[in-house]
Ligand binder design. Structure first.
Ligand code: GLP
Length: 266
């Protein structure tokens, strides 16, 4: 695991955007897994800015959302489909058909989940999966005690997650109770994983994910099994990592590692 610590929340967006842009420069037809929530917005807007400036072409990407709420009508402004239409399809100049989202409005959710897995496989698998992390350590909507080898499926949201996400809805009880989410096994199959976290509220979950133990109590800890996982954190989100271990600062502030080198823990 590679853990990069940058000074501010804004720096998380630019540092992570650098990593995503480098991947896209190598392969314009990259298949990108895209998280929603507030954490990755800085990445998406930075990439849109580079595209607008003419330095980055994004039109050949295929994107797969991590998850979607069950029970919201198609086009609901708080659906993740609507979020990705705003933040990615429109601002990256991608046809909506290149931004796939689990079809959580369908009556047969098990079939929708199965077809989503098949669509990812048919696209050749996810090259780079962008992730946020919940305050309880969830990734996607894989809440604590999710199977570490789970696949895309219907899952219930924890009370903690519903409370955390209430800020996006008019009323706390308007937050859906269920979702369709890629599983932890699905996420682990991405060729590269990039998790971003900002702020003190994420510090405990980040420390549990990075330093372990690998446990269903912190679903993000399963990323310790991933051969190519990078965490980009601001100082606050890194605040509960054991000092002096498992990380490097960007820009390099004399932790003994030249910029670009993997951290001791990778
Ligand atoms: C949400 C999403 C996750 C996201 C996480 C953190 O509910 N399902 O994909 O990474 O919770 O959200 P935020 O970035 O808003 O803190």
């Amino acid at each position: 695991m590679d853990v990069l610590v940058v000074p501010t929340a804004a720096d998380v967006g630019t540092c992570a955007a650098d990593l995503v842009a480098a991947r896209i420069a190598e392969e314009p037809r990259t298949v990108l897994g895209v998280a929603t929530g507030s954490s990755p917005v800085g990445i998406y807007r930075e990439l849109a800015r580079r595209r607008a400036g003419g330095s980055l072409e994004l039109g050949h990407l295929t994107c797969f959302a991590l998850d979607e709420y069950v029970g919201l009508a198609p086009g609901h402004p708080r659906s993740y489909a609507a979020y990705l239409e705003r933040e990615i399809a429109r601002s990256w100049g991608l046809p909506s058909s290149q931004v796939r989202v689990p079809e959580a409005f369908r009556p047969d959710l098990d079939a929708a989940a199965e077809e989503y897995e098949q669509a990812i496989a048919a696209a050749g698998g996810i090259d780079l999966q962008i992730l946020g992390i919940g305050t309880n350590g969830h990734i996607g909507f894989n809440e604590p005690i999710s199977s570490l080898s789970s696949r895309t499926r219907v899952a219930a949201l924890s009370a903690q997650t519903r409370a955390d996400n209430a800020r996006f809805f008019d009323r706390p009880d308007a937050v859906p109770t269920h979702c369709l989410t890629q599983g932890l096994g699905t996420i682990l199959e991405a060729r590269q994983v990039l998790l971003v976290a900002q702020g003190r509220r994420k510090a405990a979950a980040v420390a549990a994910a990075v330093e372990g133990p690998v446990a269903a109590r912190c679903p993000a800890s399963v990323l310790q099994f991933h051969p190519r996982a990078t965490f980009v954190l601001d100082e606050a989100a890194a605040g509960e990592l054991t000092p002096g271990t498992c990380r490097r600062t960007v820009p390099d502030r004399g932790d003994g590692l030249p910029p670009g080198s993997p951290s001791p823990a990778s």
